[in-house]
Design a protein around this ligand. Sequence first.
Ligand code: DAH
Length: 339
Amino acid sequence: MQDLEYLEKQFAEEWPQVGDSGALQSLKDRWLSRERGLLSLEMKKLGQLDKEARPAVGSRLNQLKLQFTERLEALQQSIREKEERQRQLRETVDIHLPGKPALCGHVHPLLQVKDEIESAFMRLGFTLFDTPEIETDFRNFEGLNIPRDHPSRDSQDTFFLGGDHLLRTHCTGVQIHAMRQMQPPMRVIATGKVYRRDNPDATHSPVFYQCDGFAVGKNITLGDLKGTLEAALRELFSPDIQVRLRPSYFPFVEPGAEVDISCIFCSGAGCRICKDSGWIEILGAGMIHPRVFEHVGYDPLEWTGYAWGMGIDRIAILKYGIDDIRLLYENDMRFLSQF
Ligand code: DAH
């Protein structure tokens, strides 16, 4: 009985020192384990006692076992709660801390300009038409009245793919696609990549972007063309630019024109960019050639139309004052992150 009293005191000293579930498990093993627990060892000693002493010691032992078990269960409960509180505290998000900035991409400057050009013309009533980068000789050349001996048909300039196919050298083939698929009148634009066998330098790239557009209807005039281009170019650059047409030649238009805007850098006074002329050439345009209408089965006496084509890279370069077209294709983050 004295031994048991000693054990009770011992236990009373030990349990308050337990602070976490690991220490609690050790304490449990030490006192209550069936095999090696201190109480079990006492139980095993019962047989060595006098018969008269056994019941009292046995019942005292059972009492202690029950008492210790209850004590440890209560302890386990409070330790569990304490550890759960600590865990929640550890995992709480401090909403006052500044957030980590997310690395976020954005639209490439070239595609930003492409979007702007598309919206400018779509607001004027043009429909966006998607055409393939792989074209037939007919849609890229023949149907557009480009003669057999025209320099752009040279293998020096065109990526031929074998058979009748090639990588489009301009987006102008949209005229053939759209006029064959739809009934006039129509106003259509197409944008996308075009390919030419140029060696890359500050002003050339073997792949670049174009926007072509055209309108077909009755009694369409050069004045309609000029008004349309003026509205779109003023939206793209600035409301006070001037637009002028200079006679020029493209096989698929008659008459054909090169279109200039007043220099956006010097407002026409003359500078290095406009080579002191006050004007910057920006696109090619004209009235759709009767032979193009014939190729798609439209009566050129009944239908009239205008068309234009422009380089999107060139517009981007002018808008942002970029001096090398290759920057638009190199994906250098130091360059791209400025836009
Ligand atoms: N296709 C021409 C080029 O790539 C641009 C062009 C000029 C398109 C005059 C036209 C046009 O529709 O009328 O240089």
